[in-house]
Design a protein around this ligand. Structure first.
Ligand code: PMT
Length: 397
């Protein structure tokens, strides 16, 4: 996702400096070009060699070059995004007040692109009025400030000031440089994952949905600046979704009720959930004993969430459904887009093992409300498929 993006990482002297090693490694894995500036104090916590080995670039330590290049100007010109992590109270104070007395602070002075500060320090220092004032100054300059986590600090105390998860920093970098703010100010409701339809207190009927496609749709919408709510069936996903409000449901009925409650005022509904079409007619209150050779279950239809919403849908709202098909793919998707009153349907072939259910990749066709195929997104990571679906839909207005 960060192919050819030039990320300048400024490491100042805090105990969390060692955690930036993992950030640089994640950035390189996303194929970003990474250069690292370290302050003198940062070198007390970790060696420049670690960063130069990972980034495959020299680490920049001071502003004095012998070959005619002025490092702070050259680095400021080079970077697409500047991430200062960990940002100590000292570097925050210098950047907020125009002080340039080392390479990191002079580079910040010379740079006018997107900047992310990752404050990380003892909670008393973080909460100090001067630090808060300096952070407000940086915010007013257009910098992004990532709120530190609350937890156990290096001093042994518990409070605010912990360096956040590197996934959160990575997401923020991607949100700024990869995703355009196409959904800024829009409210998006996404459903994801399977539903569970109970037979008795310990058994249920479900399907193979892992939730990955829906979670990536939610993440892409959030990255594009949307105000995103996710209604999710039970999944095992570790995906980091900071900034997205999540509601957990189990059954189709619970998902319908949650969607009904959240639908008011939304601009876009994305139904990626694999909602059960049938549920046991009767749920036994006690665990069924295995006394009989055969057990016959009578199933009844669940409510169709999209059909229930069809009449209430406003012209200003965009509804995107998904079609999980194993045969007569296009005909079935065309039928669903009309019957369910959708603006778009994303068709995936769930008979293939390497796309669709559970896998990290998908390949889809996108159909419009008349059932016309408007795009083929070839097999790629679900995160990229999600981004492209939204870009195509938004481009068409
Ligand atoms: O979760 P993953 O492992 O990543 O897999 C992704 C996926 C294959 C589940 C996903 O890409 C997908 O196709 N989701 C829709 C699955 C599905 O229920 O398809 P369907 O063809 O049965 O339903 C069509 C549409 O109607 C869907 O938008 C569905 O959410 C909706 N529906 C279905 C049944 C029902 N009772 N109410 C509904 O609103």
């Amino acid at each position: 996702m960060l192919h050819r993006v030039k990320v300048l990482v400024g490491v100042s002297g805090g105990i969390a400096a060692y955690k930036v090693v993992d950030l640089v490694s994640k950035l390189v894995r996303e194929r970003a070009e990474v250069k690292v500036i370290m302050t003198k104090n940062a070198c007390e916590f970790i060696t420049p060699l670690t960063f130069s080995s990972l980034s495959k670039n020299p680490v920049y330590l001071n502003d004095f070059s012998k070959d005619g290049i002025i490092p702070h100007l050259a680095l400021a010109r080079w970077a697409d995004i500047f991430v200062i992590a960990p940002a100590t109270a000292n570097i925050i104070g210098k950047c907020a007040n125009g002080i340039g007395d080392d390479l990191l602070s002079t580079t910040f002075l010379a740079y006018n692109g997107p900047t992310i500060f990752v404050p990380s320090m003892n909670s008393k220092m973080y909460e100090r009025s001067t630090t808060q004032k300096n952070l407000s100054i940086l915010k007013s300059m257009g910098c992004t400030i990532l709120e530190p986590d609350i937890g156990r600090l290096a001093s042994g105390e518990v409070g605010i000031g912990r360096y956040p998860d590197n996934e959160v920093i990575l997401n923020e970098i991607m949100r700024i440089v990869v995703y355009k703010s196409l959904l800024f100010g829009k409210r998006i409701l996404v459903t994801a994952g399977p539903t569970r339809e109970f037979i008795d207190p310990v058994r249920f009927i479900t399907n193979r949905s892992s939730g990955k496609m829906g979670y990536e749709m939610a993440k892409a919408a959030y990255m594009m600046g949307g105000d995103v709510k996710l209604i999710t069936g039970v999944t095992q996903l570790p995906i980091s979704l900071k900034g997205i409000e999540r509601r957990h449901v189990a059954t189709a009925k619970e998902m319908l009720n949650a969607v009904r409650e959240e639908i008011e005022g939304i601009d876009m509904l994305i139904m990626a959930a694999a909602v059960a079409d049938y549920r046991p007619k009767e749920i036994k209150s006690q665990k069924i004993k295995k006394d009989e050779e055969q057990l016959i279950l009578t199933l009844e239809r669940t409510e169709d969430i999209l059909k229930e919403l069809k009449e209430r849908k406003r012209d200003t709202q965009t509804f995107i459904g998904f079609a999980a098909e194993t045969e007569e793919h296009i005909e079935n998707a065309r039928k669903k887009v009309v019957e369910k009153g959708l603006d778009y349907i994303v068709l995936n072939d769930v008979s293939k093992e390497d796309i669709g259910f559970e896998s990290d990749e998908n390949e889809v066709l996108l159909l419009d409300r008349r059932g016309e195929i408007i795009a083929h997104i070839p097999r790629k990571q679900k995160v990229q498929v999600a981004k492209e679906i939204l870009e195509i839909v938004l481009e068409r207005g």
